[in-house]
Design a protein around this ligand. Structure first.
Ligand SMILES: [Zn+2]
Length: 458
């Protein structure tokens, strides 16, 4: 068996929640609206209709790029991307080709930095609906979505695992929600993921060869193919699709084949990816500059102004929680996933600090007890935690007697634990809690039990 490095790049599309569409005045909120009720000559692609760019959508796209540490071009333009499909009335999509709004950014994950190649703006397409009418199979087109502002965020092939891809996408969504520019609702399609997956074969290392550096952009070369899995509508499916692809491609490579360069889809009922079409190259789209829209020029003071509108972002709050309140990393990461939750946690920690309660315990409560942050006030939550902890018995002498009794009562759990089944200890903790009628401090109980079980082992 050979060793392989998994090479993943992600493309994420998000619909912006601007009031109007990208190039016309129709409302951009299309979800659940009666078909073809939010259209006009521009977004229907009728002859002679002229597009006028949405200033807000451009500003928000720049903001997104800046939030992902991108450079912003002082000059940018729109291009026509040609292809023929019934959901695209003009026969081309207005997009951006060689002069995207933003480029060369990054987003950090716990498994390393992921480079962001570009952030550009384009228009969404219409929607096809396959149905049966009077016994005949038909495809209907709904143009309500046609022309909705769509931002595409493309990464470098820096992602090395399904778990990292998931973390990246979750962090990306959380930043977009903090910016308040998109709902990022994957079920409604306002955030869509595509993963490019390939495997790089690592040859056995001899003393004449250096190992392939797994660090980003230091890979000497990329595989000569990639498989694109399209239209994934949940983080879980993306993780599964990547794991499936890695195994499928490994098998092909092991038997001497190169996987085909193609687009595949995720079949959620069968838990597999299926071939859809062989992949187009850029040349097939016959890109050329959009002649109906003048190029965009942004001066530095405008870019500075956009940058100043970016709120404090989740990763900064996460490190603040860890530094200032000594929170464990998993808690901090979970609490900053939504802005409202982060604000709630921040208020609770301030309260906890003033009442002498450990913020990490408060964080644990918010997460594990699934506190309803709309109903329970931070002050009440912390007061409640404080009074509970004060009524707990923390006296080791008292707890030791319960521990001794539990150990005597549950010899099976004791021997299981000592044979290495570490979770057997939870039965003993439960017994102590029962004996103490819930008054024992669980942390002290666990400590005493661990001490007792390891000392009585020999
Ligand atoms: Zn329109």
């Amino acid at each position: 068996m050979n060793n392989y490095t998994t090479i993943i790049g992600l493309e994420t599309h998000v619909e912006l929640k601007t009031a109007s569409k990208m190039f016309c005045g129709c409302p951009s909120n299309h979800f659940g609206k009666p078909p073809n009720t939010q259209t006009c000559p521009v977004c229907l692609g009728l002859p002679g209709a002229l597009p006028v760019p949405n200033k807000k959508a451009i500003e928000w796209s720049l903001m997104i790029g800046l939030a992902f540490n991108c450079k912003v071009s002082n000059f940018s333009k729109f291009d026509r991307k040609h292809y023929f499909y019934p959901d695209l009335p003009k026969g081309y999509q207005i997009s951006q080709y060689d002069e995207p709004l933003c480029y060369e950014g990054y987003l950090d994950t716990s498994e390393g930095r992921v480079g962001i190649t570009r952030v550009h703006i384009e228009e969404d397409t219409g929607k096809l609906q396959h149905t049966t009418i009077s016994g005949s199979d038909m495809t209907l087109v709904d143009f309500n979505r046609s022309g909705v502002p769509l931002v595409e965020i493309v990464t470098e092939p820096d992602i090395r695992s399904a778990a990292q891809a998931k973390e990246f996408a979750q962090r990306l969504r959380s930043i977009l929600r903090y910016l308040n520019v998109s709902d990022c609702d994957m079920e409604k399609g306002s955030m869509r993921l595509e993963a490019n997956i390939s495997l790089l074969q690592e040859f056995p290392i001899s003393k004449f060869q250096f190992p392939i550096n797994k660090n980003k952009s230091q890979l000497t070369k990329l595989p000569n193919y990639k498989v694109e899995v399209k239209n994934i509508n949940s983080f879980r499916f993306m993780e599964k699709a990547i794991l499936f692809e890695v195994e499928r491609q490994k098998k092909l490579l092991e038997s001497g084949y190169t996987p085909k360069q193609e687009t595949r889809g995720w079949n959620e009922s069968k838990n597999i990816t299926v071939a859809q079409r062989s992949k187009e190259t850029a040349a097939d789209y016959r890109y050329f500059p959009e002649p109906d829209i003048p190029p965009m020029v942004f001066d530095d003071s405008y870019i500075k102004g956009v940058s100043s509108k970016i709120p404090e972002l989740p990763q900064k709050i996460e490190s603040l929680f860890i530094k200032k309140y000594n929170l464990r990393q998993q808690y901090a990461a979970l609490l900053v996933s939504e802005k409202s939750l982060a604000l709630y946690a921040s208020d609770s920690f301030k309260e906890a600090a003033s009442l002498g309660v450990d913020p990490d315990i408060v964080a644990g409560y918010i997460i594990n007890q699934k506190i309803n942050i709309d109903k329970v006030k931070p002050q009440d939550l912390v007061k409640d935690i404080k009074s509970k902890s004060e009524s707990k018995v923390g006296d080791t002498k008292v707890i030791e007697t319960w521990v001794d009794e539990a150990v005597k009562n549950l010899p099976q759990a004791v021997s299981d634990y000592q044979k290495g089944k570490l979770n057997a200890i939870s039965a003993l903790v439960g017994k102590v809690m029962q004996l103490s009628k819930g008054s024992a401090d669980a942390k002290v109980v666990l400590n005493l039990l661990e001490k007792k079980l390891s000392s009585s082992k020999n």
